[in-house]
Design a protein around this ligand. Structure first.
Ligand code: PMP
Length: 361
């Protein structure tokens, strides 16, 4: 098999060890004679898979006991709708920090169900930074304060947890969850789609503080109420069993490799390799993001001469450096380097970038 480095923003690279284990267990999980895909979600075997996945995630993130861990479907985007329907009334105000594409999606959906206040926006500089917290115009009695800790398309990452002064803090962590330790107790809700740092697409995760549950509007669909999942151990209906199984293996891989503090150090080192290549290129490559908010997970960059984009991508592909094309809304390149991307992948890309700049610059 050709060794490739896959820089996709998601669905994204998974640890090869995990994929090999999935392959080894595909037809016969732990001597059961069944594939995980074939098991009843109510059986003992899947029950064990689900409870281990939850326990391992709790250990990894040090999730306090007063939080529920929910495995959902519908992606992170369904939660853009679930959040206002569960935690706000039509006349309450939801505060949002607007830092780019995914903030915008969450804002648009919330506006359908409640009042929205944008506490700060970085639109003035094309969403290339996180607005200074001291400038935020917050609503004292907001239903909640929402932000996206890592804008996957813009490559803008928060490097601190905002203070919300008692207002429930809700965070879309889809693209940087598990990339570093975080203090879960600061949040009312943390949510994420799985297909970056957790596992395959089809699973979404929500970590919900218990006191948030039970406040949902009465007319919402049962399957959009977080309490339905909390009261039924994520098994009110059939959960995405295979995706949860793979996510559970990823959690075990993270624990075996030292947990999130070790992951953070690796991620810093990986990101440095690529940002150094950009910064040392004398303007051949450019990253539009403010230094303090450069993402460790998604590194967008442009070539000074965009006529070279195609050639750059073709050369990268020839070296097995895949899926580097930037999002269609911004163009240029984007290297997504989630937990499962090894340092060697970043080094190989940096070496190619240097070589390409030398020959074309
Ligand atoms: N939020 C962020 C930060 C994302 O990166 C994405 C997907 N790329 C989403 C939300 C939407 O997730 P999904 O496709 O799982 O609904």
């Amino acid at each position: 098999m050709t060794q490739v480095f896959n820089f996709s923003a998601g669905p994204a690279v998974l640890p090869s060890e995990v994929l090999r284990q999935v392959q080894a267990e595909l037809l016969d999980w732990h001597g059961s004679g069944m594939s995980v895909m074939e098991m009843s979600h109510r059986g003992i075997e899947f029950g064990q898979i689900l409870s281990e996945a939850e326990a391992d995630l709790r250990a990894l993130m040090a999730i306090p006991d007063n939080y529920k861990v929910l495995f959902l479907q519908g992606g992170a985007m369904l939660q853009f709708s679930m959040l206002p329907l569960n935690f706000a009334q039509t006349d309450s105000t939801i505060d949002f920090v607007h830092t780019g594409h995914w903030s915008k999606g969450a804002i648009a959906e919330a506006k359908r169900y409640a009042k929205v206040n944008i506490v700060a926006s970085s639109e003035d500089k094309n969403f290339s930074y996180v607005p200074e917290e001291s400038t935020w115009q917050r609503t004292p009695d907001a239903a909640y304060l929402h932000y996206c800790s890592n804008e996957t398309i813009g490559g803008v990452e928060f490097n601190h947890i905002p203070q919300s002064d008692g207002v429930p803090l809700i965070c879309d962590m889809s693209s940087n969850i598990l990339s570093r330790p975080i203090d879960v107790s600061q949040f009312a809700v943390i949510y994420a789609g799985a297909q970056k740092n957790i596992g395959p697409s089809g699973v979404a995760l929500s970590i919900v503080r218990e006191d948030m549950l039970g406040k949902a509007r009465s007319d919402i669909p049962t399957l959009m109420n977080y309490k339905t999942f909390a009261d039924n151990g994520s098994m009110y209906n059939t959960p995405p069993t295979f995706g949860i199984y793979v996510a559970g293996l990823v959690f075990k891989w993270l624990l075996k490799n030292g947990g999130l503090a070790v992951m953070e150090q690796k991620n810093i080192a990986k990101a440095n390799v690529l940002y150094s290549a950009i910064d040392a290129s004398n303007g051949f490559y450019h990253c539009p993001v403010a230094l303090a908010n450069r993402s460790r997970m998604n590194i967008p960059f442009t070539l000074a001469d965009s006529n070279l984009d195609k050639e750059f991508l073709a050369g990268a592909e020839a070296r097995h450096l895949l899926q580097l094309k930037g999002h269609r809304s911004v163009g240029g390149m984007r290297a997504s380097i989630y937990n499962a991307m090894p340092l060697e992948g970043c080094q190989a890309l940096a070496a190619y970038m240097n070589e390409f700049a030398k020959t074309k610059g």
